[in-house]
Design a protein around this ligand. Structure first.
Ligand SMILES: CSC[C@H]1O[C@H](OP(=O)(O)O)[C@H](O)[C@@H]1O
Length: 363
């Protein structure tokens, strides 16, 4: 995606040294565009844990490069297994992380030790290239959906999205936002309701930044406003991303997604989920009982970061001293509340048969 007319991916290998890895520090957006140079396993693990880098497909890709960086230090079997396990454990919900590490190990376990570093960079690069191709395809599949709505009547297609599933959450294009970018670029009048997405505010700080940078009309709203807008006919479509989809179509996504799906169902608003097939967990069927939900530090709820009148980025406390906070970072939307899934191979119902029709080789 372009920033000030310069094309970027969200992760890349340094062109000069050929081995260090660059990411954007997403905890600094939208106030500053800081590029972090990652040079080792622990720095990558820290970046994922603290959400300097986040988004299901992107943390998988960055963890893959994290293993390549670790192998530069020690490419022995024992070190490789240890470092892979450490990286895979940095965040539990997004299946892309475990998938990427598993894919790396599948290649590296049969690679001679002397060739492992080169093979790891090659495999991590393939993971990145495939993510870009898949997300662009998701964009085209979702574009049809938006076009169908646009053809029905004049005026903007009003789309609500939750959290950030844009290009900064993936290697490029994004998932939920990819169709929106493509619709905008093709002249379709789209407007996006951007859920702020408490407590980390990925919507307010990242989705709004992305859409504004691309010139897409959008309005930031409190998370609690979506149902009201749907009741008053101001939402034509909900598109969200996801961190893990079960083989039966249950969807884990940022906390609050389930509540949006309930409101959408109650108001007959189509609720679509955009995902690459790398986000499907074919080993589980019941999302509510089987998907691990990350519990993050309560400080993310009790405190918030923003820019003050003098332009300084600072944090403030929102709750009384001593008030405990709970912070589940994801929830699961049962497939029955999902209108359909937008994947790189097409759209399908959120059902086992729907996924099987698109991805028969996985079942
Ligand atoms: C394209 S995946 C985006 C997905 O990841 C986000 O989680 P987090 O910000 O905690 O990494 C959120 O659930 C998004 O829908």
């Amino acid at each position: 995606m372009k920033i000030d007319n310069v094309s970027y991916r969200s992760v890349w290998v340094d062109a000069d040294d050929g081995w260090s890895v660059h990411i954007f520090d997403q905890t600094r957006l939208p106030w500053s565009l800081d590029i972090l140079r990652l040079t080792g396993r622990d720095q990558v693990a820290h970046a994922i844990r603290t959400m300097q880098v986040r988004g299901a497909p992107l943390i998988g890709a960055v963890a893959a490069y994290g293993l390549a960086l670790a192998l530069r230090h020690d490419s022995s079997d024992a070190a490789m297994e240890r470092d892979a396990a450490l990286l895979a454990a940095t965040r539990p919900t997004a299946v892309n992380l475990a998938w990427a590490i598993r894919r790396m190990l599948t290649r590296l376990r049969t690679t001679p030790q002397a060739d492992r570093v080169a093979a790891a960079y090659d495999e991590a690069g393939r993971i990145c290239d495939e993510d870009v191709i898949q997300n662009e395809a998701i964009g085209r599949q979702g574009l049809e959906l938006i076009g169908e709505i646009a053809a029905r009547r004049p005026g903007p297609v009003n789309i609500l999205t939750h959290c950030n599933a844009g290009w900064i959450a993936t290697v490029d294009w994004g998932t939920a936002l990819a169709p929106i970018y493509m619709a905008h670029d093709r002249g379709i009048d789209v407007h996006v309701w951007v859920d702020e997405t408490r407590p980390r505010n990925q919507g307010a700080s990242l989705t709004a930044w992305e859409l504004g940078s691309h010139g897409v009309k959008h309005t930031v709203i409190a998370d609690n406003a979506g149902g009201h807008l749907m009741q008053h006919g101001q939402v034509d479509l909900v598109i969200v991303g996801t961190d893990r989809v079960t083989r039966t179509g249950d969807v884990a996504n940022k906390i609050g997604t389930y509540l949006k799906a309930l409101a959408a169902r109650d108001n007959n608003v189509p609720f679509w989920v955009a995902l690459p097939s790398t986000t499907i967990d074919w080993t589980i069927s019941d999302g509510v009982s089987e998907i691990p939900i990350e519990e993050r530090d309560g400080r993310e709820v009790t405190h918030i970061q923003g820019r003050d009148a003098e332009g300084r980025v600072t944090g403030v406390q929102l709750v009384p001293d001593g008030s405990p906070a709970a912070n589940p970072a994801f929830d699961v939307t049962p497939a029955r509340l999902v209108t359909g899934l937008i994947t790189e191979r097409g759209r399908c119902p959120a059902t086992a048969d729907g996924l099987c029709d698109l991805f028969p080789e996985y079942v």
